[in-house]
Design a protein around this ligand. Structure first.
Ligand SMILES: C[S@@+](CC[C@H](N)C(=O)[O-])C[C@H]1O[C@@H](n2cnc3c(N)ncnc32)[C@H](O)[C@@H]1O
Length: 223
């Protein structure tokens, strides 16, 4: 478990490259995104749209994002959610440090950051109107606890949304995940497939919409 968490302390130190890949920017970032994840510019835009499909532009209420990582994808969106109370959680203090610096530069004063394990969230039941998880569930080591905790803190009628890696859609990506991401503990099996994720979410939420772009599934579910 310790080695696993240390993996993202290292990514925290390599935040610039990590962010370039996630934002499809810079030559290296774009090449890596296309080569390893099969996402060209069009597919990347679809990936982004499906990742945030569950958060309307006028969202207000309480939102939990877990894991926030460096906040490279989500913080720009929070700038416009002036009526929302936003909590961003991550296990890695290095990733959180990078997210805090980014929020400061953006003058995002209202967002709260907390170091927390998704398997043991420090919130009461039904606390949030929405829970957003971007690229988290293929990483979390205790997936059952993560499913159960994110659902527990979400109120009835609330939205659970985000995206995650799914297996079986792109052979090069699957190979890269198995040979690089897993040994480095950046990813942690078992992984969902598109069908298993759809099935799981349909069984645990009253409504579940699941899409995918290459190896990334997007989900918008109602509790
Ligand atoms: C692939 S990154 C995704 C971060 C961000 N959502 C993004 O897309 O840029 C995975 C993140 O999960 C965090 N993480 C791993 N295990 C965790 C856990 N048990 N609880 C909370 N965060 C965790 C890592 O520290 C890392 O920041």
């Amino acid at each position: 478990m310790k080695k696993f968490f240390d993996a993202y302390q290292i990514v925290g130190n390599l935040a610039n490259f990590y962010d370039a890949m996630l934002t499809n920017s810079g030559l290296l970032g774009r090449l890596a995104l296309k080569f390893f994840w099969g996402l060209d510019d069009d597919a990347y835009q679809k990936f982004l749209a499906q990742a945030f499909a569950g958060i309307p532009k006028n969202f207000s209420g309480r939102l939990l994002e877990v894991p926030v990582g460096t906040g490279v994808l989500s913080l720009p969106i929070y700038r416009n959610l002036t009526g929302a109370e936003i909590f961003c959680a991550d296990y890695s203090d290095k990733m959180l440090d990078a997210a805090r610096v980014r929020a400061d530069k953006m003058n995002l004063r209202g967002v709260k950051f907390l170091q927390s394990d998704v398997a043991d969230l420090p919130f009461e039941d039904n606390f949030f109107n929405a829970v957003l998880s971007i690229n988290g569930f293929h990483v979390f080591p205790d997936k059952n606890a993560a499913w159960s905790e994110t659902r527990r803190v979400l109120r009835s009628g609330g939205t659970f949304c985000g995206c995650m890696y799914i297996k079986g859609e792109n052979r090069r990506t699957d190979f890269f995940v198995e040979k690089f991401c897993e040994p480095q503990r950046f990813f942690n099996p078992p992984y969902e497939t598109f069908a298993s994720l759809k099935n799981f979410l349909s069984n645990h939420f009253t409504r579940a919409e699941v899409t995918h772009v290459e190896s990334f599934a997007g989900f918008v579910c109602t509790k």
